[in-house]
Ligand binder design. Structure first.
Ligand code: 4AD
Ligand code: MG
Length: 467
């Protein structure tokens, strides 16, 4: 029986329960011992009551199988149940003197220094549980909308975003420690920065496709929202005519996910019941609950980039100070994104649409009605409070000549590598669009954790690849 099953059982109370798990705490008293046992099915723990002899078998950090009866506690809170142990089998020893997760509060920063052990802490484990539940929910969402889940490649020869922030690949030829490195494929090969281009090829054959896959950026960012390796959820849809259809899909998906999370009693107990002392860089339960309500109950505004710049200019005139001065044509910085997300939708997410085309990659469909100087692209970013951008999406240029023209400014090599992408526009190309969602950012947002590094099991950034 898992800890979650045991804790969430309201009827059919089992007389005998067997739990396998790890022991985050042992307290020995003269006549009785208490321990906690936990197993990853939830971040909560089961309280175990043991005789002093059985209690002696357990140490903090050890693994055990405990057989006992699931009883209403005799003391204090009569609602609470505990496992009264009849038998303890020690499965894995632990030296209590050196165990790095002693029973006291541990900051996320400390936990980050022991990534191979940190999921033994309740706070980190609750994020594992949330992440897994979110994937189930999203898979279900896409299935009911008629999407195919696909697996585009991670190795590519193209830089989708054109920002040059790619990791390139080499092959090590022997293993004697001074192995030489050589290029393996005929072309320069990189870890993908986005699966979008390949996903477009699939959408132009299968109409509605999505994927959730590792994505890599070789930028030297040291922020709470950037990783070198992160998971991106991408979707691509053929036969859509207008950008709002893509925004509707994104909004529906996130409302559905957050609503489902808020309505899941076990996940609620994990996230809202976490120990504050263990967890000082997360939102408190009331603030987290309000965040979920803001997302699910309030309308999400959609404003153009041009209007967003006006909002920022008005704020500046009203005395709000930004590090980066605001003017039409600039990239929105995270401070601008966060401000817009706070004020425009009153705490709910906000879509900012139609950015200057010059700021955006070659594949975006321009708004043809615009004059050249102020040409915008049919695109959006979705911004949320405290994080900023979590999704970027657009209509794609589907016309051969126009796309060829948009690619004219690239180097010859880049154009050659994207020949297949251009070619897609020759045979049955249709209007299509899609988006990419920073999955780790979204998990952090839903869980109310400040730093994206907590949402990933083994986070990678330029200062960390070991473990
Ligand atoms: O805005 P981005 O760069 O868009 C694309 O790559 C498109 N090709 C996606 C598409 O349309 N299919 O990245 C999409 C999202 C961002 O909104 C952000 O949430 C996340 O990916 N993201 C990162 N997350 C963590 N660490 C990083 N370094 C990230 N860079 C982007
Ligand atoms: Mg973006």
């Amino acid at each position: 029986m898992t800890v979650r099953e045991l804790l969430d059982t309201t009827s059919d109370i089992p007389e005998q329960a067997v739990v396998h798990g790890w022991i985050p705490s042992v307290r020995r008293m003269k006549n009785v011992s208490f321990a906690w046992i936990t197993d990853g099915s939830t971040s909560r723990v089961v309280q175990v009551v043991l005789s002093p002899e059985l209690g002696k078998k357990l140490t903090i950090g050890s693994a055990a199988k405990i057989t006992g009866s699931w009883q209403t506690s005799l003391k204090e809170n009569a609602q609470q149940r505990e496992l009264v142990a009849a038998q303890v089998d020690l499965l894995g020893e632990s030296d209590p003197g050196t165990y790095p997760l002693q029973k006291k509060s541990h900051s996320f920063e400390y936990l980050r220094s022991i990534p191979h052990l940190r999921c033994k802490s309740g706070a980190a484990r609750s994020l594992l549980t949330l992440r897994s539940a979110a994937i189930y929910r999203l898979s279900d969402f896409f299935r009911t909308k008629g999407f195919l889940q696909t697996h585009p490649p991670v190795l590519t020869s193209s830089d989708c975003e054109g920002a040059g922030e790619v990791f390139s690949l080499a092959r090590r030829r022997n293993n004697d420690g001074n192995g030489q490195e050589e290029e393996f494929f005929g072309d320069k090969t990189y870890l993908t920065v986005s699966a979008q281009l390949h996903l477009e090829a699939l959408a132009l054959a299968a109409s509605r496709v999505w994927c959730l896959a590792p994505t890599f950026r070789a930028e030297k960012s040291d922020t709470a929202r950037h990783l070198s390796e992160f998971y991106m959820l991408e979707a691509e849809v053929a036969f859509v005519n207008r950008l709002p259809q893509i925004m509707d899909l994104v909004e529906d998906m996130i409302r559905n996910l957050v609503g489902g999370t808020a309505g899941d009693s076990s996940i609620r107990a994990d996230l809202l019941g976490r120990r504050r002392d263990e967890d000082d860089t997360t939102l408190d339960p009331a603030a987290l609950e309000k965040r979920w309500q803001d997302v699910t109950e309030k309308p999400w505004q959609r404003i153009t980039y041009t209007d967003a710049v006006d909002v920022l200019l008005k704020a500046t005139a009203g005395g709000k100070e930004f590090k980066f001065p605001v003017k039409w044509g600039m990239n929105l910085q995270s401070e601008h994104e966060k401000y817009l997300a706070e004020v425009v939708s009153d705490g709910a997410p906000v879509f900012v649409t139609d950015f200057p085309a010059k700021l955006k990659p070659f594949y975006m469909l321009p708004n043809d009605s615009d004059e050249d100087e102020r040409r915008t692209a049919s695109c959006f970013d979705l911004l949320v409070p405290q994080v900023g951008e979590i999704v970027g999406g657009s209509m794609r240029e589907h016309r051969y000549e126009k796309l060829e023209k948009a690619m004219a400014g690239m180097g010859e090599e880049a154009r050659r590598q994207l020949g297949w992408y251009l070619e897609l526009r020759k045979w049955g190309s249709v209007r299509h669009g899609g988006f990419g969602l920073g999955f780790d950012r979204l998990v952090g947002y839903i869980a109310g954790v400040e730093n994206i590094r907590e949402t990933v099991t083994f986070p990678r950034w330029h200062e960390r690849t070991l473990v």
